[in-house]
Design a protein around this ligand. Sequence first.
Ligand SMILES: Nc1nc2c(ncn2[C@@H]2O[C@H](COP(=O)(O)OP(=O)(O)O)[C@@H](O)[C@H]2O)c(=O)[nH]1
Ligand SMILES: [Mg+2]
Length: 453
Amino acid sequence: MTGQSSTIYALSSGHDRAGVAIIRVSGGDADATLTRLVAPRVAQVVTTPRTAHRVSLVDPDDGSPLDDALLLWFPGPKSFTGEDVVELHVHGGRAVVAGVLAALGRLPDYRLAEPGEFTRRAFEHGKIDLTEAEGLADLIAAETEAQRRLALKQLSGDLHRAAEGWRGDLLRAQALVEAAIDFADEGDVSAHAVADAGKLAARVAAALQEALADQHRGEILRDGFRVVIAGPPNVGKSSLINAIAKRDAAIVSAEAGTTRDVVELQLNLGGLAVVLTDTAGVREAEGNIEREGIRRGMARARDAQMVLWVMDALNPQWNLPPDLMGQEAVTLRVLNKVDLASAGVFAGPVPYSTVEISTLTGVGIADLERKIAEAARLRTQGGEAALITTARHRQHIGAAAEALAAYGSGDKAALELRAEDLRLASWAIGRLVGRVDAEEILGEIFGRFCIGK
Ligand SMILES: Nc1nc2c(ncn2[C@@H]2O[C@H](COP(=O)(O)OP(=O)(O)O)[C@@H](O)[C@H]2O)c(=O)[nH]1
Ligand SMILES: [Mg+2]
């Protein structure tokens, strides 16, 4: 798919009409852009690395003018990809961009880059590790302040540095255990080596445990604080999600659907990503489709970070269904249709702290949003310091921690087996940073990028 010999090019800035567009070229023949597309066409265009040059771009075939542009030359390996890179800042009109891209396409061995291919080359040339590539993808996808800061931290190498530190310690511990095996008949030397390896392994194990004990704050910041709206049928659950969708200027995206399935709304509340989900009403369902909708809604509610239990003010069902009782601590009760109650119809006792709203008049919706934002803030507090931001990180760090636990509790006499535990632990960290077995995950990570990145 990614012939390393070819030189790739793509529009790296947005695809809409704009004042300026940036086109990037990377590969062994990137200098052909300088010699063939820049006028006057001389054998060797003299360019100072990493300095903006104003140039006239011309058609490589007939020398006719293409655009007046800025050119930057980043000779490898001191470039984003590690290869020779040319960056052209051209006028951002569609015809200009199309003309320059077509001209590049006529240069020998040049082809359009695939999504994420520049970043993939940066990874393959060791400019960034897998966690930094993920951080870059997240930074480009970031919609909220918190997501941006979290991604930037990962891109800057926080997780990379921690992981390389762990790996270094584990490799040293492995070497010590292997030495102990080789010098098994020299009791003293062997015992010392095993003791030193144990110290290193314990240090890494403690660091991994600390990273894992983050209550998923980083993942929640990255993926959004999940709030599920649940309650009996006809209490106004769908009206509530609609009311929030209409009211909130900071909506990221809304997905259409029926309540028989699950409707999801992405919000930005106080700089935090919040994912609000509507569910089908909780009751004995008649039809299969409805039952399936309820099942899915319940499953979502059970692992949500917050449940909004909606009730009809005229006939409030205060108690959570058995399925949701485990979520009591994160449930906020929402008494809807208070417009009817204020007419004196509702006068019952209120056994729980509740938010009173009317999706009809809009009363209480802002208050409810504030309470959701506050819950999200409390749940993710300190999350920006978390090293783990994805299930993938948790999986590998968890696997390494498990292997080290086995190492710590294993029979110290069975050194060969202990060496295997250490090997498993460093292998898991190797997978985290993409040093081993990266191939299977590469497509998934780099496919998330757009073309030009
Ligand atoms: N009076 C009044 N009616 C409401 C309010 N919210 C929803 N309704 C009505 O209650 C009915 C059920 O609403 P819906 O959102 O479909 O409930 P769901 O089944 O829980 O999703 C509809 O007829 C709504 O117009 C409200 O705040 N006040
Ligand atoms: Mg509904």
